[in-house]
Design a protein around this ligand. Structure first.
Ligand SMILES: Nc1nc(=O)c2c([nH]1)NC[C@@H]1CN(c3ccc(C(=O)N[C@@H](CCC(=O)O)C(=O)O)cc3)C=[N+]21
Length: 284
């Protein structure tokens, strides 16, 4: 058997078209959604991601501001920039690109962002909203994974979902979103003694570790749905995920590729959150 592809580029195009239409409707009411992206330092991967985010804004008709600062910027200066954007009425979403330089406390900077503009969904208020089912912003990567499952008409009710990885940005929020859709959820991590015994029971597997070949074909139940959140490079410098794609695609029913899978969906959900924030601002 060969799995069908969940195409993150195609789904992103479709969702971004819907976003563009809602952006036009807001503009007709006199409001242009705006995203501010702050990049501190010269991390080459971050430069690429940030450029993609700004381009996605332009493509959907949103306003965007990219603020680039030297790695020597002080934490106090960054906090002052965040404060200024919090009170800027043309900005509905604020994203501080991670990782930040080592002399900064990333969580402290995130907590300085107004929860109303926390389109990354990293603020403790956003995490609390997700946990309790209140209105807030969902972190973009797991949110994109949920949209991918929705796109294939997958009903999570009564299914067993196994999440590999427990980060605040992907693993933990992913588990909560799957739980909200009535899946039985298992979170596996570096201290899980027998990962394969867990994944073999899974109807849905989300691999979010940041290490190649965490999931191989022998670990997957035939017909399972596999979502690959990994962003790694192989020896040849080629982008690859956490899943041994060539092996697992022979066992799974659906699988996301890397590149062209969860990555573009992350950016799409950032657009969705920013639009949503602007719509909420208008509703006030
Ligand atoms: N505050 C903050 N929010 C983030 O959302 C955030 C962050 N910091 N720091 C870095 C990570 C990484 N990230 C990616 C988003 C899209 C792709 C993506 O579109 N990838 C393409 C390939 C891009 C390429 O060729 O390098 C794909 O998978 O097809 C990748 C990585 C967001 N991040």
């Amino acid at each position: 058997m060969t799995a069908q592809l969940i195409d993150g580029n195609a789904l992103s195009r479709q969702l971004r078209t819907e976003v563009s239409e809602r952006v036009s409707a807001l503009k007709a009411k006199g409001l242009t959604p705006g995203l501010a992206v702050i990049l501190v330092g010269e991390n080459p991967a971050s430069q690429v991601y940030v450029r993609n985010k700004v381009k996605a804004c332009e493509d959907t008709g949103m306003h965007s501001v990219l603020e680039k600062y030297d790695a020597s910027m002080s934490e106090a200066e960054l906090l002052a920039r965040v404060e200024a954007l919090n009170s800027d009425p043309t900005i509905h979403g604020i994203l501080v690109q991670l990782p930040l330089p080592a002399h900064m406390d990333a969580q402290k900077v995130i907590e300085a962002i107004s929860p109303a503009k926390d389109v990354d969904g990293f603020h403790i208020a956003s995490a609390g909203a997700l946990m309790t089912g209140m209105a807030g912003f969902w972190p973009c990567t797991p949110y994109g994974c949920m949209k991918m499952l929705e796109s294939i008409g997958y009903d999570l009710k009564g299914k067993h979902a196994v999440v590999i990885g427990r980060s605040n940005i992907v693993g933990k929020p992913m588990a909560l979103m799957l739980l909200q859709q009535n899946a039985t959820v298992t979170i596996c991590h570096s201290a899980t003694p027998d990962l394969k015994a867990m994944t073999l029971q899974a109807d849905v597997i989300v691999a979010a570790v940041g290490k190649r070949n965490v999931l191989t074909a022998d670990m997957v139940k035939p017909g399972a749905v596999v979502l690959d959140v990994g962003m790694n490079r192989n020896e040849a410098g080629k982008l690859c995920g956490d899943v041994d794609f060539d092996g697992v695609k022979e066992v799974a029913s659906w699988i996301t590729p890397v590149p062209g899978g969860v990555g573009p969906m992350t950016i799409t959900m950032l657009m969705v959150n920013t639009l949503e924030s602007a719509e909420r601002a208008l509703a006030v």
